[in-house]
Design a protein around this ligand. Structure first.
Ligand code: UGA
Length: 429
C-alpha cells in the first residue's frame, strides 16, 4: 500500500497524535511527529510506545521507516505542508477548554503561505475563527486552517482510525481542505465537507450526545431498580429500534475518560459563555457524578457499615483495553470507600502503573484471585475480558463474604449465582 502520498506533520504525540501519525504512515505518507516532551521523543525514536493501545505498536513498527520524531517544529515545516495539531486541551477551573498548547503551536509557526494547521484536538466551536484572527494579527494571513475532528475511541483507536464512520473536514476554501480530503481518500469513508464552526460543533455535539445516551440509560437503570424491570432487557428492546440504536446503551457506574467528562463540560460552558443555559447537559453531568457513587449504597445495603470491610475492585481503567485512568469511575469509588473506612484490594491487568500515580491507601493485587482473597464484596469496575472469564467457583472459595456487584452489567448473573454468590448489577433484577 505504498503509493507515494503527501507528507504530513503531526504536533503532539498523545493518543490522537500517535494514532493519526501511524495511520497516515500506513496509508503511505512520510510523517514528522513533533512533541515538546524530550524524553517521550527519545522513547519513540527507540521504537518504544508510551501508551497502551491495541495494535498501535505493530502499526508504528510496520511504518517506522516513514515516521520521524523530533522536538523541533521546523523539521515538520521543512518536509510537510499540512500540520495536524493533536495537543491536549484539558479543562480549566471554569470548565472552558485550556487552549494554551494550541496557542503555543500557533506562536511557533512562522508566516507562510505554504502551510496549514489541521485541528485534530477537541476545541470549542469558534476556535478556528479566533485562530485565523490571530494569524492575521501576527501577519501570518497566508497560513491555512482546517478543522478535522477525530472520533477514535481509546482501546480501539487504530481500528477506528482506519475504518472511520465518517470524515469531517471544515474549511473556508483554499488548498488545505482539499489536501486533507485527499489524504483520507484511501479510507473511502463518508465525507462531511463543511465550514469550520460546524465541523467543530459536530465533534462536541457527538461526544455530548453519546454521554447523554449513557446518562439516560443509567437513569432508566435506576428506575428499573425501583420498578422490577431489568435494564439489560430494556436496552435490548430499545436498541433494536434503528432510530435509537443498540450502542452506548450499557448502564453501569458512569462514563469516564479524557473526553466525555471534559467535552460535555466544555460544551455546557461554551453555551453558557454566550448566554445559553444548556439544561440537558447539566443533568447529564449530575447523573454521571451520582452514578459513580451508586455502588456505595449497594454495598451498604448488603454489608451495613463499610468500616473495616474488605472490598475487591476488579478493573481500574476508565474502560477496558486502555491504561488510561483519567476520570475513571474507580477513582471516585475508591476515594469514597476509603473515606468510609473500607479496605481495598484492586486489580487491573494494565492500568496499575497509572493508578498508582493517582490512588494511595489501597493494595494492588497481582491477579484477580489475589484481589478477592478474604473480600467481603467484589465490585467489577472495568469489564476487561480477563475479568469476564473469571472462574466464579474459585472466586467464591477465596472470598470471605458472598457479594458481587457488577458495575458494568457485563457478567453472567447465572454463573455468579451458581457459585453460591449474591449477584447485583446496575438496574438488573
Ligand atoms: C470517546 C468517543 O466515543 C470517541 O468517539 C471520541 O473520539 C473520544 O471520546 C474523544 O473525544 O477523544 P473514549 O473516551 O475513548 O471515546 O471512550 P468510549 O468508548 O466512548 O467510553 C467512554 C466512557 O463511557 C467509558 O467510561 C465507558 O465505560 C462509558 N460507557 C460507554 C458506558 O458507561 N456505557 C456505554 O454504553 C458506553
Amino acid at each position: 500500500m505504498s503509493v507515494a502520498r503527501q507528507p504530513i506533520g503531526v504536533i503532539g504525540t498523545g493518543y490522537v497524535g500517535l494514532v493519526t501519525a501511524a495511520g497516515f504512515a500506513e496509508l503511505g505518507s512520510e510523517v514528522w511527529c513533533i512533541d515538546i516532551d524530550v524524553a517521550k521523543v527519545e522513547r519513540l525514536r527507540r521504537g518504544e510506545v508510551p501508551i497502551y493501545e491495541p495494535g498501535l505498536e505493530e502499526l508504528l513498527k510496520r511504518n517506522s521507516s516513514r515516521m520521524h520524531f523530533s522536538t523541533d517544529i521546523a523539521d515538520a515545516l521543512e518536509h510537510a505542508r499540512l500540520l495536524f495539531v493533536a495537543v491536549g486541551t484539558p479543562p480549566t477551573y471554569s470548565g472552558d477548554a485550556d487552549l494554551s498548547a494550541v496557542r503555543a503551536v500557533v506562536e511557533a509557526i512562522p508566516a507562510s503561505d505554504r502551510h496549514a494547521l489541521v485541528m485534530k484536538s477537541t476545541v470549542p466551536c469558534g476556535t478556528g475563527a479566533s485562530l485565523t484572527r490571530v494569524f492575521a494579527e501576527q501577519g501570518k494571513d497566508g497560513l491555512g486552517y482546517v478543522s478535522c475532528p477525530e472520533f477514535l475511541k481509546e482501546g480501539s483507536a487504530v481500528k477506528d482510525f482506519l475504518n472511520p464512520d465518517r470524515v469531517v473536514v471544515g474549511d473556508s476554501g483554499g488548498w488545505a481542505g482539499d489536501a486533507v480530503v485527499e489524504l483520507y481518500s484511501p479510507l473511502d469513508a463518508p465525507l462531511v465537507r463543511t465550514d469550520i464552526a460546524s465541523a467543530e460543533m459536530v465533534k462536541l455535539a457527538s461526544n455530548a450526545f453519546l454521554a447523554t445516551k449513557i446518562s439516560f440509560i443509567n437513569e432508566i437503570a435506576n428506575v428499573c431498580e425501583e420498578t422490577g424491570a431489568d435494564v439489560v432487557e430494556v436496552a435490548r428492546g430499545m436498541g433494536l429500534d434503528d432510530r435509537i440504536g443498540a450502542k452506548f446503551l450499557q448502564a453501569g457506574i458512569g462514563f469516564g475518560g479524557s473526553c466525555f467528562p471534559k467535552d460535555v463540560d466544555a460544551l455546557k460552558q461554551l453555551a453558557g459563555n454566550s448566554g445559553y443555559h444548556f439544561q440537558l447537559l447539566t443533568a447529564v453531568i449530575d447523573v454521571n457524578d451520582l452514578q459513580k457513587r451508586r455502588v456505595i449504597g449497594k454495598l451498604q445495603r448488603h454489608l451495613g457499615s463499610l468500616a473495616g470491610k474488605r472490598v475487591a475492585l476488579l478493573g481500574l481503567a476508565f474502560k477496558p483495553n486502555t491504561d488510561d485512568m483519567r476520570e475513571a469511575s474507580s477513582l471516585v469509588l475508591s476515594a469514597r470507600l476509603l473515606a468510609d473506612g473500607a479496605r481495598i484490594a484492586a486489580y487491573d491487568p494494565v492500568a496499575e502503573e497509572q493508578a498508582r500515580l493517582l490512588v494511595s491507601g489501597i493494595d494492588f493485587a497481582s491477579s484477580p484471585l489475589d484481589a478477592v482473597e478474604g473480600a467481603d464484596a467484589v465490585v467489577l469496575v472495568t469489564e476487561w475480558q480477563e475479568l469476564l472469564d473469571l472462574d466464579w467457583q474459585k472466586v467464591a472459595a477465596a472470598m470471605k463474604g458472598d457479594l458481587v456487584i457488577d458495575g458494568r452489567n457485563a457478567l453472567d448473573p447465572e454463573a455468579v449465582r451458581a457459585a453460591g454468590l449474591v449477584y447485583e448489577g446496575i438496574g438488573r433484577r
